[in-house]
Design a protein around this ligand. Structure first.
Ligand code: FAD
Ligand code: UDP
Length: 362
């Protein structure tokens, strides 16, 4: 029988944040992960070209939350990378989020900000109440831009059209009237100088924390004794799907080595209307490594496989509420992270929520 004050399931950002905060208080922690590595979906490693690649897709850190930033700065330094994304549309590569250049390139115009606002005003459709992700876009910029950039990308990514998704999905991507081509405008942004795995390794490097990898908690739970359990895996799986399965969107990644210094103009290029993959990521744009070749990854989305994204739809949130209620009735057991809370959280939100949970425990 293994006996720890705290058992944490999942060595991703959520589990690792809580583990460290508990350990700093003097509590013993066993952190368990079924994968053969720490860092969850932020896991990165040096591939055969010695390029620091991210196994589960592009993760760019950004936040306006000073507490989160200060906490993470204990474990890493950051580079000055500002994320930029292009979308391949009508044979051209244009900035996303939509800005002045996007419109001028797509429509062969040279609008200044005022003219651009007028253009948006002429295109946009009045919608009394924003009910879904399609409404978010057409109410700002109209049907044509929606069709070119959002409609088919969303179908590929989520398996459904934007009408069927909650507004918050597409609302992640703003519409701009200036020429700011950064993907994020948060006060703090960048990439961990030595990668996310190193950052999380530093977080877990504490005498009170023990790590157990390659282990499914659900298979060994009867052999564990604990005062508190924090579970960051899928909440429906924890409860043996008693109310039904929560849908998650899954991803497949196809890595390729390309024998030239750079493959594309930006770290991420989205393909809304062409090919089966959603986007191509090229890591060297933020690792700043000098190498004669480069690694890219193509991202394919599907309904089956490992869970990556909760699917933001009303009926799924309703089902999640049943699990949440059940979770709240348990003593000593808490749920955290993207899968535990069934929320489309960014990394900073995961850290913020994990800090909050820690404060309710202490
Ligand atoms: P995870 O990282 O998923 O960790 C959960 C861990 O629990 C996993 O390692 C899993 O193996 C383990 N686990 C689950 N069940 C069990 C079990 N039964 N037993 C043992 N272990 C178990 N956020 C940003 O801020 N910026 C971005 O650019 C960004 N890009 C993203 C791109 C992609 C493709 C994806 C999928 C996500 C992206 N995110 C981004 C979100 C970010 O990945 C998450 O917010 C964050 O990593 C979630 O951390 P977590 O600890 O909750 O979950
Ligand atoms: N989106 C789109 N076209 C784009 C970029 C984003 O339709 O070129 C939509 C799509 O539905 C996507 C959502 O906006 O899932 C959120 O985009 P984000 O880049 O935040 O997605 P993530 O990086 O989390 O996959």
């Amino acid at each position: 029988m293994l006996d720890f004050e705290n058992i944490i399931v999942g060595a991703g950002l959520a589990g690792s944040t809580i583990a460290r905060l508990l350990a700093d208080k003097g509590d013993s922690v066993l952190i368990i992960d079924q994968r053969n590595h720490i860092a969850g979906n932020t896991y990165d490693f040096f591939d055969e070209n010695e390029i620091l690649v991210q196994k589960y897709g592009p993760h760019i850190f950004h936040t306006n939350n000073e507490d989160v930033w200060i906490f993470l700065c204990r474990f890493t330094e950051w580079n000055d990378y500002k994320h930029r994304v292009l979308a391949y549309v009508d044979g051209k590569k244009v900035p996303v989020p939509i800005n002045q250049d996007t419109i001028n390139i797509l429509y062969s115009k040279s609008y200044d900000t005022e003219e651009l606002i007028e253009f948006y005003n002429n295109q946009k459709i009045d919608i009394a109440e924003i009910k879904n992700s399609r409404d978010v876009i057409v109410s700002q910029v109209g049907e044509d831009i929606y069709e070119k950039i959002f409609k088919n990308y969303t179908k590929k990514q989520w398996g459904v059209y934007p009408e069927e998704l909650e507004p918050e999905v597409i609302a992640r991507v703003p519409v701009r009237t200036n020429n700011d081509s950064r993907y994020f405008t948060d006060r703090y942004q960048g990439m961990p100088q030595e990668g996310y795995t190193r950052m999380i390794q530093n977080m877990l490097d504490h005498p009170k924390i023990k790590i157990l990898l390659n282990t499914d908690f659900l298979e060994i739970q009867n052999e564990l004794k604990f005062e508190k359990l924090i579970f960051t895996g899928c909440i429906d799986e924890f409860f043996k799907f008693k109310f039904g399965k929560l849908p998650y969107r899954c991803l497949n990644f196809k890595f390729e080595t390309v024998d030239k210094e750079f493959y594309q103009e930006a770290a991420v290029v989205n393909y809304p209307n062409d090919y089966d993959f959603t986007r191509i990521t090229e890591f060297k744009h933020w690792t700043y490594q000098k190498r004669p070749n480069t690694t890219i990854v193509k991202e394919y989305s599907s309904a089956e496989g490992d869970p990556y994204y909760p699917v933001p739809q009303k009926e799924n949130y309703k089902l999640y509420e049943k699990y949440k209620k059940e979770a709240e009735s348990l003593e000593k057991i808490y749920f955290a992270g993207r899968l535990g809370c069934y929320k489309y959280f960014n990394m900073d939100k995961v850290v913020e929520e994990s800090m909050k949970l820690f404060h309710t425990l202490y």
